[in-house]
Design a protein around this ligand. Structure first.
Ligand SMILES: NC(=O)c1ccc[n+]([C@@H]2O[C@H](COP(=O)([O-])OP(=O)(O)OC[C@H]3O[C@@H](n4cnc5c(N)ncnc54)[C@H](O)[C@@H]3O)[C@@H](O)[C@H]2O)c1
Length: 255
């Protein structure tokens, strides 16, 4: 699918990987709906792009917000072609701590945002995409999910995060199969460690040490490298139902 002329909805689009994707899509001629919880940052970021972007305040755990985000794409830009599910949170809590079992509500919250929020957005966006006229290759839409290498090599304290991202990996194939009759492709990117605001909370020494653990190149990933893969997924009509690790060959250790 051509990026130029397409309309994308990017959750978590106000920061990090989502923001880099918004920026690259717009550079290549797309219009973007930036759906994020962070209203202040999201509005300021969207303003950089004038009429090519719009911000919607959206908590992906709230179906009404998600419906409104999809509707904004249609109302403002006339259609929806691309969904990137980049909203997400991390987690760090051992299954049992020194004082007792971990908080189950925390586990549920991470799964609710990272997995159920992703699925809710997919089902709503795919319905809208299914109304598109197919392009010359028969495509009506492209969906990109964001998992993590923690779906495969989860570390100590990452049970909820790994469960949520593993769920995203696991549903990629069945959803791609579901949507094949509608001409909608579904792929998932599993990033390694990227230099985003999430990571920038760590001290420089800790970030350097993480970078050293990457076989090659020996550094954290750059958000535009993630955005570049999103563009490649959109543009390559034969790429479907894939989970692609983007990680400089890192395999995470237990801690
Ligand atoms: N940075 C990394 O190293 C890395 C590695 C693997 C996977 N990921 C995944 O990539 C995605 C993006 O991460 P990032 O590093 O860009 O983080 P980030 O914190 O910079 O951006 C995440 C964005 O999601 C938004 N968000 C959080 N919860 C939300 C909700 N309930 N509804 C709507 N928006 C919400 C935040 O406001 C923020 O703008 C996440 O799913 C994360 O798990 C990141």
């Amino acid at each position: 699918m051509d990026i130029a002329g397409s309309v994308a909805l990017v959750t978590g689009g106000a920061s990090g990987l989502g923001a880099a994707t918004v920026e690259m899509f717009i550079e290549k001629g797309a219009k973007c709906v930036i759906a994020d919880l962070n209203e202040e940052k999201g509005k300021e970021f969207a303003a950089k792009f004038g009429d090519n972007a719009v911000f919607v305040n959206c908590n992906v755990t709230n179906t009404e917000d998600n419906e409104a985000a999809v509707k904004t794409a249609v109302d403002k830009f006339g259609k929806l072609d691309i969904l990137v599910n980049a909203a997400g949170i991390g987690s760090a809590s051992r299954t049992i701590g020194k004082d007792g079992p971990t908080n189950l509500d925390w586990f549920k919250m991470v799964v609710d945002i990272n997995l159920i929020g992703t699925f809710d957005m997919i089902r709503l966006a795919a319905w809208e995409m299914s109304k598109n006229e197919p392009n010359e290759k028969g495509e009506r839409g492209v969906i990109i999910n964001v998992a993590s290498v923690a779906a495969f090599d989860g570390q100590i304290g990452q049970a909820s995060y790994s469960a949520s991202k593993g769920g995203v990996v696991g549903m990629t194939l069945p959803i791609a199969r579901d949507l094949s009759r509608n001409g909608i492709r579904v792929n998932t990117i599993a990033p390694g460690i990227f230099d985003t605001p999430m990571m920038q909370l760590l001290p420089q020494a800790a970030r350097d040490s993480l970078g050293e653990q990457v076989p090659f190149p020996k550094r954290l990933g750059d958000p535009p490298e993630f955005a570049h893969l999103c563009c490649a997924i959109v543009e390559n009509a034969y790429l479907n139902a894939q989970v692609i690790r983007l990680d400089g060959a890192i395999r995470m250790q237990p801690k």
